[in-house]
Design a protein around this ligand. Structure first.
Ligand code: ADP
Ligand code: ADP
Ligand code: ZN
Length: 215
């Protein structure tokens, strides 16, 4: 099962990717997480990516296409994968299609999350992430049992550097101009499934499951 989760920042892609991973046993491939790991490790790639990420701009296509191609070639992706936050441009989508064609694979479904812009800002400003295991929370919508602590591993919950209001506004503009054309792109290839991302987390989870069930 090869899936793409498509939607604006804060739509719930990461939250739902974790559920799908647990349920279907296929790896979540989050380009945002991979780039943040490179930034934390202070690699050359991380240094280049950091400037773009801090500004709310996209990292160049060639960079992300390279890291995704390498990740998809690893053996745990053989039974399937969930792409979370990739592709984000038409050029990335074309590059992905070429990579998959060479490997005789294809995308089975693209789950597109529809969420109102105001809700996105609220979600992103309240988002907290575990420093140790990456689990996601929200101060109001998905609060941890103990404030500031991860339910899963007890790690410290932190706010992402780019989840500040000015950067959020820019990321939403970038989504509209560069990523939203992918909705039509995948609708044309017949794999698009639209899910109402405004519903509570558990209801979105059911809707996603239903969408996957029909693949
Ligand atoms: P969110 O989940 O809030 O949408 P991500 O964690 O996916 O954010 O991405 C954080 C940042 O990492 C982006 O703003 C961008 O700078 C960079 N990034 C992540 N994925 C990509 C991609 N596919 N192409 C270009 N830049 C990316
Ligand atoms: P994305 O990966 O698309 O950027 P996340 O999955 O990280 O989005 O979700 C952004 C924030 O919104 C997180 O704090 C998460 O807990 C919260 N969230 C996710 N889905 C919902 C939902 N359906 N309703 C309310 N809050 C949500
Ligand atoms: Zn944790």
């Amino acid at each position: 099962m090869n899936l793409i989760l498509l939607g604006p920042p804060g739509a719930g892609k990461g939250t739902q990717a974790q559920f799908i991973c647990e349920e279907y046993g296929v790896p979540q491939i989050s380009t945002g997480d991979m780039l943040r790991a490179a930034v934390a490790a202070e690699t050359e790639l991380g240094r280049r990516a950091k400037t773009c990420m801090d500004a709310g701009e996209l990292v160049p296509d060639a960079v992300v296409v390279g890291i995704v191609a390498e990740r998809l070639s690893q053996s745990d992706c053989a039974p399937g994968f969930i792409l979370d936050g990739f592709p984000r441009t038409v050029a990335q989508a074309d590059a992905l299609a070429n990579e998959l064609a060479v490997a005789a694979k294809k995308i089975d479904a693209v789950i597109s999350f529809r969420v109102d812009p105001d809700a996105l800002v609220e979600r992103l400003t309240g988002r907290r992430t575990c420093r140790l295991c990456g689990a996601g929370f929200h101060v109001n919508f998905s609060p941890p049992v103990h404030e500031g602590k991860c339910d899963r591993c007890g790690g410290e919950l932190v706010q992402r550097a780019d989840d500040r209001e000015e950067t959020i506004r820019r990321r939403l503009q970038v989504y509209d101009s560069q990523t939203s054309p992918l909705i039509d792109y995948y609708a044309k290839s017949g794999v698009l499934k639209v899910v109402d991302g405004m519903l509570p987390i558990d209801e979105v989870r059911s809707a996603v499951k239903e969408a996957i069930g029909s693949v």
